[in-house]
Design a protein around this ligand. Structure first.
Ligand SMILES: [Zn+2]
Length: 308
């Protein structure tokens, strides 16, 4: 691990960061995140998988040794990410941090403290809106392929500034990615064009943009964040909604507990199936990356909504 000199003003920005940096000094020699040839030339750090996927896709096959680090471990959900002292050091030493302002408070705070060399906030390109019936911003832009594509284009510009030598590779990778996202969008449009059901009951309210794009209506068992547990009254209302609307599938997620979805299904006689908000990829995911899981989600939606 290369130790860059840190200006004293940054070191002393807060006791927390100073402690984190002191801790990190003891971790010298841990090269688990480095490439096979030692430290990467460029390190990009983010806190959530959809940003990691974009950076990896845009920089794939580039000649520069780039390390894209996701601070959320595989199998964990990113909303309530807590950072270790090592994570804060990674942020402080990153060449670029990709963030979504407001989505992960620990990352926002660490950026304030650690002042990495460069930060890109994806929120403006994502054009975030509030979820209907809620005053909270919906951060799940990646579940709408057009929003995700716009964000990819914005990130590609920033990555080109960061690594000008890779401008051609990044442009080619962006074109490929946009074509892929377009194909996913077409598959959704066709696949969800004729369904018996339009109401999707999901684990947490992550699918608002997707629902809006394809003419569906979403009700999350939890709120915009997976840890917003519903009250007994809210669950009873959901059961009534499920029964009144003839919902036959309750969707749950891979990274959070399916218990409430299964309880609701048992109460209403509905089935359960996975609808993955793609906040991370684990061994339980139905697909190895964003595109594969989007395709699995479409199959789950088509079965659950009884689409022709
Ligand atoms: Zn979420």
């Amino acid at each position: 691990m290369a130790h860059r000199m840190t200006p004293p003003s940054r070191l002393l920005a807060s006791v927390g960061l100073a402690a984190a940096l002191a801790f990190g000094a003891t971790a010298c020699g841990d090269t688990s995140s480095d490439g096979p040839n030692g430290a990467a030339d460029i390190t990009i750090v983010t806190g959530f998988y959809p940003a990691q996927f974009l950076a990896d896709s845009l920089l794939g096959d580039s000649g520069t040794n780039v390390d894209v680090v996701n601070l959320t471990p595989p199998g964990a959900e990113p909303h309530h990410l807590e950072l270790t002292p090592d994570d804060v050091i990674r942020l402080a030493e990153a060449d670029l941090v990709i963030t979504l302002d407001g989505f992960q408070h620990a990352v926002d705070e660490a950026i304030e403290e650690a002042r990495p060399a460069a930060v890109i906030d994806l929120a403006p390109a994502a054009d975030l809106t509030t979820k209907a019936g809620s005053d909270g911003l919906d951060y799940h832009f990646w579940l709408d392929t057009t929003r995700y594509g716009r964000v990819a284009s914005t990130l590609a510009e920033r990555l080109t500034e960061l690594i000008p030598a890779e401008a051609d590779a990044i442009a080619a990778n962006l074109a490929t990615l946009l074509t892929t996202l377009d194909a996913v969008d077409t598959a959704y449009r066709d696949g969800l064009a004729a369904c018996e059901q339009e109401l999707i009951v999901t684990g947490h309210t992550a699918f608002g943009y997707l629902a809006q794009r394809y003419g569906l209506v979403e009700r999350g068992i939890a709120g915009l964040e997976p840890e917003d547990e519903p009250s007994a009254n809210a669950l009873a209302d959901l059961a009534t909604l499920v029964n009144d609307n003839g919902v036959t599938t309750i969707f749950f997620e891979t990274l959070t507990s399916p218990d409430i979805a299964k309880t609701l299904a048992a109460e209403t006689g509905a089935n359960t199936n996975v609808l993955d908000p793609i906040e991370g990829v684990s061994n339980d995911s139905r697909g190895g990356d964003y595109v594969a899981i989007m395709n699995s989600n479409l199959e789950a939606l088509r079965a659950g909504l009884r689409c022709g």
